[in-house]
Ligand binder design. Sequence first.
Ligand code: NDP
Ligand code: PYR
Ligand code: MG
Length: 413
Amino acid sequence: MTDLRQQALDYHALPTPGKISVSLTTAAETSQDLSLAYSPGVAEPCREIANNPDDVYKYTGKGNTVAVITNGTAVLGLGNIGPMASKPVMEGKSLLFKRFANIDSFDIEVKHKTVEEFVNTVANIADSFGGINLEDIKAPECFAIEKALIERCKIPVFHDDQHGTAIVTAAGMMNALDIQGKDIKQANIVCLGAGAAAIACMELLIKCGAQREKIYMLDTKGVVHTRRNDLNEYKKLFANNTDKRTLDDAIEGADVFVGVSGPDLLSQKQVKAMADKPIIFACSNPDPEIKPELALAARDDLIMATGRSDYPNQVNNVLCFPFIFRGALDVRARTINDAMKIAAVHAIRTLAKEPVPAEVLKASCEKDLSFGKDYIIPKPMDPRLCSAVAKAVAQAAVDSGVAALDMPENYMA
Ligand SMILES: NC(=O)C1=CN([C@@H]2O[C@H](COP(=O)(O)OP(=O)(O)OC[C@H]3O[C@@H](n4cnc5c(N)ncnc54)[C@H](OP(=O)(O)O)[C@@H]3O)[C@@H](O)[C@H]2O)C=CC1
Ligand SMILES: CC(=O)C(=O)O
Ligand SMILES: [Mg+2]
């Protein structure tokens, strides 16, 4: 652990502080270059854009740039550590955008007092970018923030912790249920956490066939039920008319556990109390609700996933956000709608059933990977993710009428 700590600190500090930098896409060596890049030449594209605002996509990097924006209130599972302490995570998201989908990205950490102030700040700078990826903003504020920004911005606004997580969770869950021989409509689901990720994951699982009344959601006060009078409007949608009050009560006989809450909250005893062939997605980062070695020591008929890169089955929004934005940007979608999200779910889950190329095995330090209990979902470094997910998303955007451009010819061929 100490070793990982020092390695991680060195990784971020060396050879230069941070993980990303800006690079030039055009020549800037000679006076001639500068007279085009800057004065006087730069005035020409300015005039064009002033006459035709859409030309901003032709003459600037806007169309391939996403802002990663946070207020630092729900940073991984570390909680409300503030905007500056969140910056390594946000630079990390920018790194992932560039590495996996060749999207340029800036991280923006916003200090604010009210939701309105945050929304105004983001809305006022939104036109600079092709899309906005909201990150690590806690519930319930995240819901009002995303809604207001979608209404005010002409570009896609996507809260990754809600929808990126939900898309990947749904893809992995449908595959895991298939492998365990369970029907999503019959599955008893326990969701530990009732925040951004939890609400969105459960809503999307319901769109995929899960039954709302078979979902037991828990927050820091226990089971979300109809006799509680402290529930916000989002939790209320999951309030069960039940006598179950604790995780011990809810986990008894459950088929599925989804953890989007915090570290070490699920015990081996609770794992043993689940139904035959259970599925555990312990997705809290960096430390899951239960460590895989503990869960697998409790029983061997389970499918286990975490949000981390160092265990099998990484259920993490990195499998979604770079690629959903790639597809959205390439057809200039004005929003990311349900059709695009569902298209992403199916593209991700289908890819897990394909043979895994040698380069992916090498990058994952694996000898063999094939669809099954330890491989329910693709690896983030699988280059086919970009083409498969972006293509499905772009097509869904075009088909659902939210794209300003046609599907590019031979897109991702
Ligand atoms: N693997 C992945 O891709 C992702 C994982 N996550 C993980 O999910 C977790 C939550 O993130 P997010 O939804 O954005 O954060 P939020 O702050 O929006 O929500 C956190 C939720 O967890 C609940 N919670 C916290 N501690 C406990 C506890 N001891 N028992 C029960 N519930 C608890 C909170 O309860 P209350 O409402 O009472 O405060 C709240 O409902 C983080 O650990 C994060 O790393 C998030 C996004 C993606
Ligand atoms: C993965 C991620 O976005 C989170 O844990 O918050
Ligand atoms: Mg996050």
